[in-house]
Design a protein around this ligand. Structure first.
Ligand SMILES: NC(=O)C1=CN([C@@H]2O[C@H](COP(=O)(O)OP(=O)(O)OC[C@H]3O[C@@H](n4cnc5c(N)ncnc54)[C@H](OP(=O)(O)O)[C@@H]3O)[C@@H](O)[C@H]2O)C=CC1
Ligand SMILES: O=C(O)C(=O)[C@@H](O)[C@H](O)C(=O)CO
Length: 280
């Protein structure tokens, strides 16, 4: 049991733990079991989405866990096909019915879908749902500076969180700097590169040997020291625990730079460039 996770305060005052649990692909009874184990082990932030088809499993895991709803921070996301204002409102309500929760702590627009061009309308729906108490904090995913500038200009409301692909092979230096300057917390999706060969990287292995940690622990610590909030997914209780045990050591400035230097122009894992990708 590890509950000593530092906290991060968002621009609207909500606090989140500095690491959360990704739940992509955690579904059904096995998903409920994995999420319950994570909560019992100390995770307090769960990252879900309407499109993951697991909001019911998230709600069930919360009810079966040993901690109260109030101690948990639950995230879900609005899919691309429901960005029209009325659809967005219905989808947030449906998402709550699915999880059997009264509110989400954080609700995000999943992708900007710039060609469809409804993300400002969708943002207005999140703003209203927050006013009505359905959502405590509102944010986005995969938003580039141009999309964020437009939200600010047209609604005056800056997202609390921008969840983007971030790992050593795609280190997002410019997006991180933009988010920081605009007081937006960057959450890192696929923080472990979705377990691709970054987990065998020789440079990170050498750093791991120095600190007597594993490669995933070094990578997650790198996220923390970038002031990004990683949400690693694991279905294994042991790996869930390992991924929390990153607060008893620090990387040097040189080690941070070495890991960041591993970034590559073709480093994206899923070929999803938010400037062109349109999510269903
Ligand atoms: N907003 C967006 O557009 C997106 C959001 N996300 C969110 O981000 C979360 C995390 O990203 P995800 O794509 O799942 O990828 P991650 O980078 O979190 O990697 C998950 C993979 O790493 C393995 N793993 C986890 N911990 C360890 C460890 N300590 N040692 C070895 N292997 C490990 C897992 O296997 P195992 O389960 O067997 O441990 C799984 O195969 C998602 O689950 C989702 O919530 C993801 C993509 C896009
Ligand atoms: O998992 C998510 O949140 C997504 O947005 C997906 O598109 C994911 O990135 C993926 O690669 C699905 O194959």
């Amino acid at each position: 049991m590890n509950t000593s996770i530092p906290e991060i305060t968002l621009n609207d005052g909500l606090t989140l733990p500095a690491v959360g649990l990704g739940t992509y692909d955690l579904r059904g009874a096995a998903g409920v079991q994995a999420m319950t184990s994570a909560i019992d082990m100390g995770y307090r932030l769960l990252d879900s989405a309407f499109n993951y088809e697991n909001e019911g499993a998230v709600g069930e895991a919360i009810r079966r866990s040993s901690v109260s709803r109030e101690q948990l921070l639950v995230t879900s996301k609005l899919p691309g096909r429901h960005q029209k204002y009325e659809n967005a409102i219905y989808t947030i309500q449906e998402s709550l019915y699915r999880s059997k929760l009264d509110y989400y702590d954080l609700f995000l627009i999943h992708w900007p879908n710039p060609k469809t061009d409804l993300y400002v309308e969708a943002w207005q729906a999140l703003i209203d749902a927050q006013k009505w108490g359905l959502i405590r904090s509102i944010g986005v995913c995969n938003f580039l500076p141009e999309h964020l500038d437009r939200l600010k200009k047209e609604t005056g409301v800056v997202p609390s969180v921008n969840q983007v692909e971030l790992h050593p092979y795609f280190s997002q230096e410019e997006q991180l700097a933009y988010d920081k300057e605009n007081k937006i917390v960057t959450e890192s999706w696929s923080p472990l590169g979705r377990a691709n060969n970054v987990l065998q990287n020789e440079t990170i292995q050498q750093i791991a040997n120095m600190h007597q940690k594993t490669i995933p622990q070094i990578i997650l610590r790198w996220h923390i020291q970038l002031d990004a909030l990683p949400i690693p997914k694991s279905s294994s209780p042991q790996r869930q625990l390992d991924n929390l045990n990153i607060f008893d050591f620090s990387l040097t400035e040189e080690e941070m730079k070495l890991i960041s230097s591993l970034t590559r122009p073709d480093g994206r894992i899923a070929n999803q460039d938010p400037a062109v990708y349109e999510e269903f």
